[in-house]
Design a protein around this ligand. Structure first.
Ligand SMILES: *Cc1c(COP(=O)(O)O)cnc(C)c1O
Length: 441
C-alpha cells in the first residue's frame, strides 16, 4: 500500500483512476464516488454484483471523438456490442450518434432508442437472409458486406423487395493491429471481410448488380489498438483501393474506418482521439468522403465499473491468499476470455491497512473464474466491496447465465442522481423459455 498509495487518497487509489481516464470516479474521504454519488449508497439500494456507469464520462468520450474529427464530414456510429444497454444507447443518440450493429437484435435496439436509420451501419460475417431483409426495409445507411456470397444474397433480397440496397464492402487489409490475437480482425487468417487483393474485382461485380448501390468501403482491423501505425496502414490500403475504383468510375462516398481505438486498463499509453483522427485522416487527404467511425470501447470502456461484494477470504497452501467475491465470469468475461487486466480497488479505503497479495476469485465452478492473480491491495473482509474498473465495454454485453446466475443489474449515474437502467435477472428470467415435455410431467 505504502509504495502505491498516492498522497491524496481522495483523488486516486493506486493512481488507477486518473491512469484509467476514469475521471468520473474518485475517492472523497476514502469513499469511492461515481460523479457525485457514493458507490456504497448505490449498492445499498441495488445490491451486488452491479454495473455502475457514469453518464458524463460517456458524453465526454463521445464529444472527444467528434471534436477530433471536427472539420471532416463524419458520423460516429457507436458500436452497440460494446455496451448495448438502452439508456446508454439513448444517451448517445441524444448526442447525435449513429450506431454500428452486428445483428438483427442490435439493429432493433438501435431503432428502439430512436436512432436515425440513416446513421446505422451493419457489419458481420454471418448476416442471415432475415437480418438482411430487415436492414434493407429499415433503410439503414449501409450494409458492410463481408463476402461474395453475402453480396449475392443482398442482391437477391433487395431485388425481391424492389429496393436498392446501400452496400459497402468490408475489406480485410491484412494489417497486424498488434493487439491481443483474439481481438485482431484484419489479418488475412481472420474470417472478416473480403481480401484487399480481391476487393476491386468484387466491387466490379457489385456494380453489375441491379439492386446494389455502392455507397462506400469499410474495414475494422481489431480492438484495443494502442498505436497509430496499424490505423494509418489500413487507411493507406483503403485509399489505394479507392483510387483503383475511381479509375473505373466507381465512386466511394463513405469510408468506414471501423473501431478499435484502445483505452487504459493498466499502464497502456493509448492514442488520444486527436492522434487517432490524424492517423485516419492524413492518408485520406484529397478524398471527398464521409468518414464513418465505429468506436465502442473508447466511448464506454472507462465509464463503467463492476461492483462486487467480498464473500469469503481464505488462505491455501504456500500462503496463497484468496478473496472470493460475488461477481463471476458470467458477469464479466474479459479476464477469463482474454486474460484481460482490470484494476480492482476497494469501495472504501482504509489508509491504515498494509497491503497483501491476493487472488480475486469468483464463485463459479471453473478454475478460470478469476478476476486477478497475485494482486497487491488492501485486505478486505467479508461484506466489504470492491470495484472492478474499466468494465463499461464488453462487460455486461458479454454477460451470460452460466451456473444459473442471473446477469447483474445496471445503474446509470448522472451527477448526484443514479438510475436503475436494468434489473438483475431473476431465476424466472433465466428459466422462462424452457419447456417441460409432456412425458415428463
Ligand atoms: C467490435 C467492432 C467495433 C468496435 O470495436 P472497439 O474496439 O470496441 O472500438 C467496430 N466495428 C466492428 C465491425 C466491430 O466488430
Amino acid at each position: 500500500m505504502q509504495k502505491l498509495m498516492p498522497k491524496r487518497v481522495e483523488k486516486t487509489y493506486l493512481g488507477s483512476m486518473t491512469k484509467c481516464n476514469q475521471f468520473e470516479f474518485e475517492y472523497r474521504q476514502n469513499h469511492l464516488f461515481c460523479e457525485d454519488c457514493r458507490v456504497d449508497e448505490i449498492i445499498k439500494k441495488h445490491g451486488t454484483p452491479l454495473y455502475v456507469y457514469s453518464r458524463s464520462n460517456i458524453v465526454e468520450q463521445f464529444k472527444q471523438m467528434t471534436r477530433a474529427f471536427g472539420t471532416h464530414t463524419h458520423v460516429v456510429c457507436y458500436s452497440v456490442k460494446a455496451n448495448s444497454n438502452g439508456a446508454i444507447l439513448k444517451t448517445l443518440v441524444n448526442l447525435g450518434a449513429g450506431m454500428d450493429v452486428v445483428s438483427g437484435g442490435e439493429l432493433r435496439r438501435a431503432l428502439n432508442v430512436g436512432c436515425d436509420p440513416k446513421k446505422i451501419v451493419y457489419s458481420g460475417v454471418g448476416k442471415t437472409a432475415n437480418e438482411i431483409r430487415f436492414a434493407i426495409q429499415t433503410g439503414i445507411l449501409q450494409i458492410n458486406c463481408e463476402s461474395e456470397q453475402e453480396l449475392s444474397t443482398i442482391q437477391n433480397i433487395a431485388s425481391s423487395l424492389n429496393i436498392k440496397a446501400p452496400v459497402a464492402l468490408r475489406v480485410n487489409p491484412d494489417i497486424d493491429p498488434k493487439t491481443h490475437p483474439y481481438i485482431s480482425t484484419g489479418l488475412k487468417e481472420n474470417k472478416f471481410g473480403i481480401s484487399h487483393l480481391k476487393a476491386v474485382s468484387v466491387y466490379k461485380s457489385a456494380l453489375s448488380m441491379s439492386h446494389i448501390e455502392i455507397t462506400g468501403i469499410s474495414c475494422h482491423i481489431g480492438s484495443q489498438i494502442l498505436e497509430c501505425e496499424p490505423f494509418r496502414n489500413a487507411m493507406i490500403k483503403l485509399k489505394d483501393i479507392i483510387n483503383q475504383l475511381a479509375a473505373i468510375n466507381i465512386p466511394v462516398k463513405n469510408v468506414d474506418v471501423g473501431g478499435g481505438l484502445g483505452i487504459i486498463y493498466n499502464n497502456e499509453n493509448p492514442l488520444t482521439a486527436t492522434d487517432y483522427a490524424r492517423a485516419i485522416t492524413e492518408p485520406l487527404t484529397g478524398l471527398d468522403c464521409t468518414i464513418l467511425l465505429e468506436p465502442g470501447r473508447f466511448i464506454v470502456g472507462n465509464a463503467g465499473i463492476l461492483v462486487t461484494k467480498v464473500i469469503y477470504v481464505k488462505e491455501g497452501d504456500h500462503k496463497e491468499h484468496f478473496t472470493i467475491v460475488d461477481a463471476a465470469f458470467n458477469d464479466l468475461k474479459r479476464p477469463m476470455l482474454y486474460g484481460a487486466y482490470h484494476e480492482i480497488i476497494p469501495v472504501m479505503v482504509s489508509p491504515e491497512k498494509k497491503t497483501i497479495t491476493t487472488n480475486i476469485e469468483g464463485p463459479i465452478c471453473e478454475t478460470t473464474d478469476r478476476f486477478a492473480r497475485h494482486r497487491e491491495m488492501q485486505p478486505t473482509e467479508p461484506g466489504e466491496y470492491l470495484a472492478i474498473m474499466s468494465t463499461g465495454a464488453y462487460g455486461m454485453s458479454m454477460a451470460c447465465t452460466y451456473n444459473s446466475r442471473g446477469r447483474p443489474a445496471e445503474v446509470l449515474v448522472k451527477g448526484d442522481q443514479f438510475f436503475l437502467v436494468r434489473k438483475a435477472d431473476s431465476i424466472e428470467d433465466i428459466t422462462h423459455n424452457e419447456i417441460m415435455p409432456g412425458f415428463l410431467t
